[in-house]
Design a protein around this ligand. Structure first.
Ligand SMILES: Nc1ncnc2c1ncn2[C@@H]1O[C@H](COP(=O)(O)OP(=O)(O)O)[C@@H](O)[C@H]1O
Ligand SMILES: [Mg+2]
Length: 360
């Protein structure tokens, strides 16, 4: 009897109403259920009741959620993302526009796309950094909107953020076609250096996916062009393990090797150089920074990352004489060096880019 009591006493809820003191459940295998019919719940039914409690609490939680449809109305789907969509939406109450990134919870859990492809994106880090940036903002890094503007529903998570009205740098480069002014390039360069310094030095993370698609454009109140990095799905804590991930055209050579390595700011510096080259010339410096790529190989073998021997090639590719002598070309080429430790640091690049005006 003592053993029986031990099995049943933790339960205090009164749910058992059998008048003859036996358990009403036909499938009950516990003869001890008759100990105290008014105060003891049959143990075999516990899991079911627990489940019911969980279901109720999920329902209650869902009722409390600020769900997407209650708060926002989709105006346009901008792009399909790995686990959902990126949409422009209007906040119903205020009529204000936002950019909202949607994540399917099931796919996030499986870490696979709808087609079953495994993904490297780490959404915990993306959410974490977006929220960290809300507390530690920087003009060059997109942050999540305030907590009371965030939404969630049973199937999806969302990141609500400010809308960058001019879209991303890739569309800008496509429209601009290599005609951007040197001043604008310098301005964008400095804004991105400052953004990466904040992320590396204050946040302790590398971005891991610096590319024109992840650089957003807008104008501030004074009409100046502002750039902001977005998409922290491939961000890595500095010093943690770094994988072969990102867009191949912007990936540094060390990420193509099979050697295990740690995440270092030098990889963002490499990707930033590719972006700046593409922005200024309208063409990429190479397809991928691999030995099989003749353009990247010749940068190392023929040109020694030197602007004077590289410029004739630019001319041969149809770049104008003036552009082939871009004052920031030596800096950009040095950022593309194969050996990560040979690349300049952000602070030394900043000094050069800031000082560039004084060379004339
Ligand atoms: N805040 C924003 N404002 C305007 N457009 C945005 C914003 N955030 C993202 N986008 C656009 O949506 C695209 C996809 O968003 P992103 O976060 O980069 O998703 P993915 O993880 O699929 O690359 C971006 O390349 C950009 O064009
Ligand atoms: Mg992206």
């Amino acid at each position: 009897m003592a053993a029986n009591q031990e099995q049943t006493t933790p339960v205090s809820t009164s749910v058992h109403s059998s008048s003859n003191g036996t358990c009403p459940s036909e499938r009950c295998r516990y003869p001890h259920c008759d100990i105290s019919p008014e105060t003891v719940m049959c143990r075999s039914l516990l899991p079911a009741f627990n489940k019911l409690d969980v279901a109720n609490s999920v329902k209650e939680a869902a009722a409390k959620l600020q769900t997407y449809d209650k708060v926002y109305k989709t105006e346009k789907i901008v792009s399909k993302t790995i686990f959902g969509t990126l949409r422009i939406a209007i906040q119903r109450k205020t009529g204000k526009h936002y950019a909202i990134k949607q994540f399917d919870k099931t796919l996030m859990k499986r870490k696979r796309t709808l087609c079953g492809v495994a993904v490297r994106e780490n959404f915990d880090v993306e959410f974490k950094l977006m929220n960290w940036l809300r507390q530690h903002p920087h003009a060059g890094l997109i942050a999540a909107s305030p907590e009371n503007e965030q939404v969630e529903d049973l199937r999806h998570k969302y990141i609500v953020m400010p809308l960058a009205s001019e879209g991303d740098l890739l569309s800008f480069i496509r429209n601009d076609n290599g005609k951007i002014s040197e001043d604008t390039v310098r301005d964008i360069f400095l804004q991105l250096i400052s953004a990466l310094q904040h992320l590396h030095e204050k946040g302790g993370y590398i971005h891991g996916d610096v590319s024109p698609e992840n650089i957003l454009l807008s104008y501030d109140e004074a009409g100046n062009l502002r750039v902001r990095l977005c998409d922290y799905g491939l961000a890595r804590k500095i010093g943690s393990r770094h994988y072969h991930a990102g867009k191949k055209s912007y990936m540094p050579p060390e990420l193509f090797s099979n050697e295990s390595r740690n995440a270092e700011p030098t990889s963002d510096i490499f990707s930033l150089a590719v972006v700046m080259f593409l922005l200024y010339y309208g063409i990429p410096p190479f397809t991928t920074a691999q030995q099989s790529d003749v353009y990247y190989e010749s940068l190392e073998q023929k040109h020694h990352y030197s602007a004077s021997s590289y410029s004739p090639w630019l001319l041969a590719w149809g770049v104008s004489k003036k552009r082939s002598k871009w004052a920031l070309l030596p800096t950009v080429l040095s950022m593309l060096r194969r050996k990560p430790n040979k690349r300049p640091t952000l602070s030394s690049i900043k000094i050069i880019v800031e000082g560039w005006k004084q060379w004339y």
